[in-house]
Design a protein around this ligand. Structure first.
Ligand code: ZN
Length: 246
């Protein structure tokens, strides 16, 4: 029967692929995945970010993670970097060009790259398919996100359905930070890896839109002014205040 139902593509249920940008959120997701799955790979996307500093931070976090968390070293598999220059071609935004960060009429900052996370999840699933990895982990968040519609829980759930139909596989998309604010994300990191993981994330991850690593604050490096720095700073002080109380 030529057009009959095909057997579903076989994926390894013990393996996870983390969308890993080198930022606080994806580093926390990496620790989350390493606590759960026996084999964890990472994928990053190079799309002509004007701050290649993020790509360097990815390597730093992986290297420091292997060095400081021996339990990670056995589980951490290859890191993949996919070139997605088409996004730079499509986007006229502050992340890919030297432009000021401003708010557009629709309330979205011009750091929004239309369709970016949809494309990333599609590429991650394609890579997961090649690598036979069932679990795909993304650090998207609906709680204090910048209003990006492709970070919404409904978008992710719809993507899981579309990818599973389109690839005839059974991927599971995980978003451990979806309902956490930034303070709770620091708290999750502490539960996963204690003070040592907090220090690693503070020192080696990068969130600043401007790509500034010349200024060190208690929450890490960054310009301190851009929306990403402000969010990270506010989250860290809320986390530090609650940690001091407990
Ligand atoms: Zn900044």
């Amino acid at each position: 029967m030529k057009n009959g139902p095909r057997a579903m593509f076989n994926l390894n249920s013990e393996a996870a692929l983390v969308l890993f940008s080198g930022g606080q959120d994806s580093a926390t997701c990496l620790a989350w995945a390493l606590a759960r799955y026996g084999h964890v790979e990472t994928v990053g996307f190079d799309y002509g970010q004007r701050h290649l500093v993020e790509m360097d931070c990815r390597q730093q976090v992986l290297q420091e993670g292997r060095a400081h968390f021996p339990q990670w070293a056995d589980r951490l598999g290859p890191d993949h970097v996919l070139d997605v220059p088409v996004l730079g071609q499509m986007a006229e935004t502050a992340l890919t060009r030297d432009a000021e960060i401003t708010m557009a009429d629709n309330g979205l900052p011009n750091t929004f790259v239309p369709g970016r996370n949809i494309l990333f999840l599609t590429l991650a699933a394609a890579l997961g398919y090649r690598r036979s990895i069932r679990h795909i982990v993304a650090g998207v968040c609906e709680t204090d996100y910048s209003g990006y519609p492709d970070c919404r829980d409904d978008t992710i759930k719809a993507m899981q359905v579309a990818l599973n139909l389109g690839l005839n596989a059974r991927f599971v998309l995980h978003t451990p930070l979806m309902w956490l604010d930034k303070a709770a994300t620091w708290g999750l990191a502490e539960r996963l890896g204690g003070e040592e993981l907090i220090d690693l994330i503070t020192e080696h991850t990068h969130t600043c839109y401007i790509g500034d690593r010349s200024r060190r604050h208690e929450w890490g490096y960054g310009c301190g002014e851009c929306p990403a720095c402000q969010l990270r700073a506010a989250g860290f002080s809320a986390y530090a205040a609650s940690a001091a109380l407990s």
